[in-house]
Write a protein that binds this ligand. Structure first.
Ligand code: CTP
Length: 422
């Protein structure tokens, strides 16, 4: 399976044995176990062969009947059922992917130290395929030095430990430790599976992605905006997370769930987008400006709703040009060696073709790579697909044929990774 064609929600990848990919869904004992049912459904409905391995504590939250009915297979937490089939070795050896949802602090500790006192921990020791842990616990437990050290150990072995989300926890408290959206755990997991034995080549890297379209307010209820859906930026953030990066996603007015393991900063205006991107860029190895910041804002924003004039006359709106964030971070180079990627939506005109205008934009903005979309006829906005040409300041040029935005995202990261210095 090529790294540039992740399977999305349909199986395009077969397991190495040529059959349906075999996924082990491990479930440890946390209240978020009920959300693992959704992850299980996404896998089974997409055609994966799923074996659920709950711990005894997980069965206190969701019973064996639920896992068995949803997976179509018998379920046991211990190694003493069907011993003649040697399940404690066979299940892990045969797996193409192991995903643990939720992973408790206890399970992470056992996995980091190689304990094997039930079927799930035995499976983790015998699996040689990619392993994804989706932790969920209270903030104190996640931040405890013991848990932090265990997570570090697991990541240093090339295993994926998804950064938990922030939000409502079991009780009335909120904080870091919430399980990410089940659909997003599924999307990340299938991308990890599609990459197979490839090393997580963005592990240890911090990347920043901007997404969506900014709003510039005329008054408290009206704004100037644009048609950017944020889909390409979210696909980039998801793909980077699946390659092991620590990802900051600066999101302008996007109505999509947070990608699993990604830190999302929400903004509305170009000024807010600029502030968030510039701040995150200081520690970034790569920045991808997939957002569509408004080029202009109203010179003045009315504090009150603008009323229609009694004489029927139309107001005129004075506009001021917004700062060009891509040009600013490309020229400032806050972190030498960081790769900066821009997007160009072009239609071509009487001064030049799409690629001629894009080449001029690459030089003008000073970024390292420019992803060029031909948007004649509004082709890209809101679509799940994309096609592009990636131009490099180093003279590189790569045409990416029509495909999913996820596939384009992986090609962009391929180009970034090939240019990152150690
Ligand atoms: N961009 C930015 N800040 C702005 C406008 C655009 O950082 N104020 C970034 C976008 O995120 C994108 C790239 O610049 O990565 C190209 O955006 P585009 O709208 O195609 O370019 P413009 O500079 O607005 O040029 P044009 O005159 O063609 O509209």
């Amino acid at each position: 399976m090529s790294t540039s064609t992740p399977p999305g929600s349909d199986i395009e990848a077969a397991s190495p044995s040529g059959t349906r990919p075999r996924v082990v869904l491990g479930v440890s004992g946390g209240i978020a176990a009920y959300k693992a049912c959704e992850v299980l459904r996404r896998f089974t409905e997409s055609g994966y062969d799923v074996t659920v391995v709950p711990t005894a504590a997980a069965l206190q939250f969701v019973g064996a009947a639920t896992w068995s009915a949803l997976s179509g297979k018998p379920v046991s937490p211990d190694v003493w059922t069907d011993v003649h089939q040697v399940p404690h070795v066979r299940i892990g050896q045969a797996a193409d992917l192991v995903v643990v949802v939720p992973a408790t602090a206890d399970l992470l500790a056992k996995a980091a130290h190689g304990l094997a006192d039930d079927l799930l921990t035995n499976t983790l020791l015998t699996a040689r395929c990619p392993v994804v842990f989706a932790p969920a616990m209270h903030t104190e437990m996640w931040e405890h030095p013991a848990t932090a050290a265990n997570v570090e150990t697991l990541r240093s072995r090339g295993l994926f430990v998804i950064e938990p989300a922030e939000g409502r926890l079991t009780g009335k408290d909120t904080g870091k430790g919430r399980l990410p959206d089940p659909d997003e755990i599924f999307e990340l997991s299938v991308q990890v599976l599609a990459r197979g034995a490839s090393a997580p080549d963005l592990a240890g890297r911090h990347v920043v992605v901007s997404a969506g379209g900014t709003r510039e307010y005329l008054d408290p209820v009206r704004f100037l905006g644009n048609r950017s859906s944020g889909l390409q930026g979210y696909a980039l953030a998801r793909a980077a997370a699946a390659r092991g990066a620590s990802v900051t996603l600066v999101s302008a007015n996007v109505a999509l769930p947070d990608p699993a393991g990604v830190t999302v900063i929400r903004v509305e205006t170009t000024a807010e987008l600029r502030e968030a991107v510039v701040a995150a860029t200081a520690s970034a190895d790569a920045v991808v400006m997939a957002a569509a910041p408004a080029d202009f804002r109203p010179t003045a924003t009315s504090e009150h709703k603008i009323k229609k004039a009694a004489d029927g006359s139309s107001p005129s709106i004075a506009l001021t040009q917004n700062p060009d964030i891509l040009a600013e971070i490309s020229h400032d180079r806050a972190r030498p060696g960081a790769l900066i990627v821009g997007f160009a939506a072009e239609t071509g005109d009487n001064t030049g073709s799409v690629l001629e205008l894009a080449a001029a934009k690459l030089a003008r903005k000073g970024c390292d790579l420019l992803v060029v979309n031909d948007v004649s006829g509004g082709a890209v906005f809101g679509s799940l697909d994309n096609e592009a040409v990636i131009l490099g300041a180093d003279g590189g040029r790569r045409a990416v044929p029509h495909g999913s935005k996820a596939a384009l995202a992986h090609v962009i990261w391929d180009e970034v990774v090939s240019r990152l210095q150690d």
